[in-house]
Write a protein that binds this ligand. Structure first.
Ligand SMILES: O=C(O)c1ccccc1N[C@@H]1O[C@H](COP(=O)(O)O)[C@@H](O)[C@H]1O
Length: 234
């Protein structure tokens, strides 16, 4: 069991609300599908090599439809201040997701500069990787656990690869996080049963091609989540 005694975050009861972030949105139609399904968070990717990249001003236009419905998350990886300034100014995110090798010091700096909550992404493949949480405790507002990128991948996330969710079983219940990496309608039941996460984050699993979100797959994912939760409550 990984104990994080000093980690005082407002963590939802695992049995209650489940946050769901649909990430890598680029169109009005797919954003509408995410909101219709009940997404708590919608994510926009600001990583140039990603097929999901969106310009900050366009993300700012898109995210207006989510105001009052879902939190808009700006996803970056090792971005510099100038780019972050532009994103914050043009998109007005509710939260920043830092998906690179940002240090605790850099996360502290970013939080102070923008006054926004930060979700720190950490790559996981085995239980020992969860030790990486420690230096960010009291700094990051939330964690996002993603699979390690495969060799040769140019993307730090959005690779559609899952890790062994059983490693999360030993995590302290006070750690607020989103589970991500390779989730889809077919495997979400197992992910919920094995990890019982407070939040989910999905991208490739609701796409018909890299970077192309499919409203029908988004709807199917939400249906699968509801079915899995109904089954476990029964
Ligand atoms: O999606 C991307 O292209 C991306 C680029 C740079 C940093 C993070 C990125 N995506 C994040 O990774 C998760 C998991 O993606 P997947 O479901 O395995 O495809 C995604 O939800 C984003 O938070």
């Amino acid at each position: 069991m990984l104990f994080l005694d000093s980690f005082a975050v407002s963590c939802q009861s695992r049995a209650m609300a489940l946050d769901i972030k649909i990430c890598g949105l680029k169109t009005d139609k797919t954003l509408a599908a995410a909101l219709a399904g009940g997404a708590s968070h919608v994510g926009f990717i600001f990583f140039a090599k990603s097929p999901r990249y969106v310009e900050p001003a366009e993300a700012g236009r898109l995210r207006e439809a989510a105001i009052g419905k879902a939190k808009a998350v700006a996803v970056t990886a090792d971005a510099g201040d100038a780019f972050l300034d532009e994103i914050v100014e043009k998109m007005h995110p509710d939260m920043l997701q830092l998906h690179g090798s940002e240090t605790p010091e850099r996360v502290t700096e970013i939080k102070a500069r923008y006054g926004l909550p930060v979700m720190k992404a950490l790559p996981v493949s085995e239980a020992v990787d969860l030790e990486r949480i420690r230096p960010f405790v009291g700094i990051a507002d939330r964690f996002l656990f993603d699979a390690k990128p495969p060799k040769g991948s140019e993307l730090p996330g959005g690779n559609g690869i899952a890790f062994d969710w059983r490693v999360l079983a030993g995590l302290d219940a006070g750690v607020d996080y989103m589970l991500s990496g390779g989730l889809n309608a077919a495997n979400i039941g197992d992910a919920l049963r094995l990890a019982d996460p407070p939040g989910l984050d999905i991208s490739s699993g609701v796409e018909s091609a890299p970077g192309v979100k499919d409203p029908a797959l988004i709807e199917q994912f939400f249906r699968a989540v509801r079915a899995a939760r109904d089954t476990s409550a029964a």
